[in-house]
Design a protein around this ligand. Structure first.
Ligand code: UFG
Length: 324
């Protein structure tokens, strides 16, 4: 039985991965300071409350649970906030991760799975973003994630610490059980906001810009289900350990949908004709962000199993019955 420390395991993508790790026979141990995460999301799993910056606590937890690998989900994720408060982002997303990696090195833990992001690529220079695309982030959030990717390359060369960097596109949807799902505060992501408008919890959904160079003028994104992401973490961990090498993958479906298309699909799924308004562009939004997931398919045998319809259905099921 492999003991995996899931840092940020009480958060959105972390909690779905914890559940799947357990289903696949692993023994996940959640490490979370509950600043953003939800204890209810990991009921029944080993839980250690602690901060990423607390090296002594990490050392204790590594020893107590005989940890063999770490998955790291505990990051701040809002692009706009990162522009206004870069210090907060560099502390949490870089300095504290260095602390975690040092703690791993000291404890002899050799395997790391890192949540990176499409934001490390910046403005796309090709239609679909593969792993050879230049990494030129355009905001502090993307910078912090790219810095950790670079740190990981150096830690591998110097200390033999192996890592997988997984660049997510738009994580979305909820577990089919309806017991866990997306819950950010404040919520900034399109799908939960759209569904809250459908549920009458918000007066409307506002489209940020309809003058982009796309067929309907609204931004195109690549939505990938949180359980497909969770599965990719486990496949990547297994390959990294088997081959004892560091890896990187772009995780998206390879298909893009515009904001307007997504709203139309959400109206079809919910059967509710909620109010839609158009506002100006949100700073820092590229017109199109779509992954080329061919490498993950080829090397991991990973193919998303949830399409946009299923993503919205599971998110709607969560929104209607959410517990936190
Ligand atoms: N959008 C709206 N109205 C809203 C919210 C969003 O029109 O109320 C639009 C955005 O402008 C964007 C699209 O919906 O075009 C998707 O926006 P999200 O905020 O849901 O997602 P992003 O593509 O901005 O962000 C995602 C991740 C981030 C990550 C980023 C990397 O959620 O954590 O990709 O590019 F930083």
């Amino acid at each position: 039985m492999k003991n995996i420390l899931v840092v940020g395991g009480a958060g959105y993508i972390g909690s779905h991965t914890v559940k799947m790790l357990a289903e696949k026979g692993y023994n996940p141990v959640v490490y979370d300071n509950l600043s953003k995460g939800h204890k209810e999301a990991v009921e029944g799993f080993a839980f250690e409350e602690g901060d990423l910056g607390d090296k002594a606590r990490l050392a204790d937890v590594f020893k107590k649970h005989q940890i063999e690998a770490v998955m790291h989900f505990a990051a701040f994720i809002e692009v706009g906030e990162s522009v206004k408060e870069p210090s907060k982002y560099y502390h949490n997303n870089v300095a504290k991760v260095l602390n975690l990696l040092d703690a791993m090195k000291d404890a002899g833990v050799k395997y790391f799975v890192f949540s990176s992001t499409a934001a490390t690529f910046g403005e796309p220079v090709k239609n679909k973003i593969d792993e050879t695309h230049p990494q030129l982030p355009i905001n502090p959030y993307g910078n912090t994630k790219l810095m950790v990717e670079k740190m990981l390359e150096d830690f591998d060369r110097a200390y033999g610490l192996k890592a997988v960097a997984l660049r997510y596109f738009n994580a979305s949807g909820a577990d089919d059980s309806g017991h866990i799902g997306e819950s950010h505060s404040p919520e900034t992501h399109l799908i939960p906001l759209v569904l809250q408008a459908a549920a009458g919890k918000r007066p409307s959904i506002k489209i940020f810009g309809n003058d982009y160079p796309t067929p309907d003028g609204t931004c195109i994104r690549d939505y990938v289900h949180v359980n497909d992401l969770a599965r990719a973490h486990i496949l990547a961990l297994e390959k990294m350990e088997k081959e004892n090498q560091s890896l990187r993958y772009n995780l998206g479906s390879g298909s893009g949908y515009s904001v307007a298309e997504l709203i139309k699909e959400a109206k079809a799924v919910t059967g509710i004709d909620f109010k839609v308004e158009t506002e100006g562009r949100r700073a820092g939004d590229p017109a199109v962000l779509v992954a080329d997931p061919a490498k993950a398919e080829r090397e991991l045998g990973w193919k998303p199993q949830y399409g946009l319809r299923k993503i919205i259905e599971t998110a709607w099921n969560w929104e209607k019955n959410r517990r936190f």
